[in-house]
Design a protein around this ligand. Structure first.
Ligand code: PGA
Length: 241
């Protein structure tokens, strides 16, 4: 595991975006795994800037998002579909057919999870998977649990996650209680994984991820087993390393 500590959020966003820009420049048909949340917003802003400067094109790039809430329409401003459109896709030249986000409105959710895995396999898996981390150590919506779930699956969200995400909703009751998420093996199918975290409230989860025992109660700790992981944190999130 490689750990990079940058001064602040802006520097984390810049260096994380640079990895995307470099990959897209070198491999114009790359497959990207993408996260949502407040952490990657700055990273996406920098990526959009590079696109607008004419540095890169996404015409042949394929993306797979990590997760999606169950029960929110695409036009609900809290759905991850909406988030991705708003922060990235509507600003770049990506082919809409190459955008993949689990469909949390599917009638048959189990089937949707299988379809997602098959699609990922068909494109040859991801070149880079980007991750955020929850204060409880979750990656995607792989919540602390008794065991690691390998593949894309339905998950019930933890109280702490619902509470953390309620800041985006009018009231806590509006936060969906379940989601679809890539599993650990799905995430591990990426050639390279980059996890970004900022802020003091992530310091404990980061310390356990990097130096703790591999434990499904701290889902990100399993990243110690992947062969190419880079953790990019600001000084606050890295303060307990
Ligand atoms: P955040 O979410 O970037 O909004 O802190 C990260 C996560 O929960 O994975």
């Amino acid at each position: 595991m490689k750990v990079i500590v940058k001064k602040n959020y802006d520097e984390v966003s810049e260096i994380a975006a640079q990895e995307i820009v470099d990959l897209v420049k070198n491999k114009n048909n790359a497959v990207l795994g993408l996260p949502t949340g407040s952490t990657p917003v700055g990273m996406y802003k920098n990526v959009v800037k590079s696109y607008k400067n004419g540095e890169i094109s996404f015409k042949n790039i394929t993306t797979f998002n990590l997760d999606e809430y169950i029960g929110l329409n695409k036009d609900n401003d809290q759905s991850y579909y909406y988030f991705m459109n708003n922060n990235l896709f509507s600003h770049i030249d990506i082919n809409r057919d190459n955008i993949n986000i689990p469909n949390g409105m599917a009638d048959d959710l189990e089937n949707e999870c299988k379809r997602y895995e098959e699609k990922l396999k068909a494109v040859g898996y991801m070149d880079i998977m980007y991750l955020g981390i929850g204060i409880n150590g979750h990656i995607g919506f792989n919540e602390p649990a008794e065991y690691f779930e390998p593949f894309t699956h339905e998950v019930k969200l933890e109280e702490s996650t619902i509470e953390a995400n309620s800041r985006f909703f009018e009231k806590v009751e509006d936060v969906p209680t379940s989601a679809l998420t890539m599993g650990i093996k799905t995430i591990f199918s990426a050639k390279k994984i980059i996890l970004i975290a900022t802020g003091e409230n992530k310091a404990d989860a980061i310390a356990k991820t990097v130096n703790g025992k591999i434990d499904p109660q701290v889902p990100a700790s399993i990243l110690q087993l992947h062969r190419d992981v880079t953790i990019i944190v600001d000084e606050a999130a890295g303060s307990r390393l």
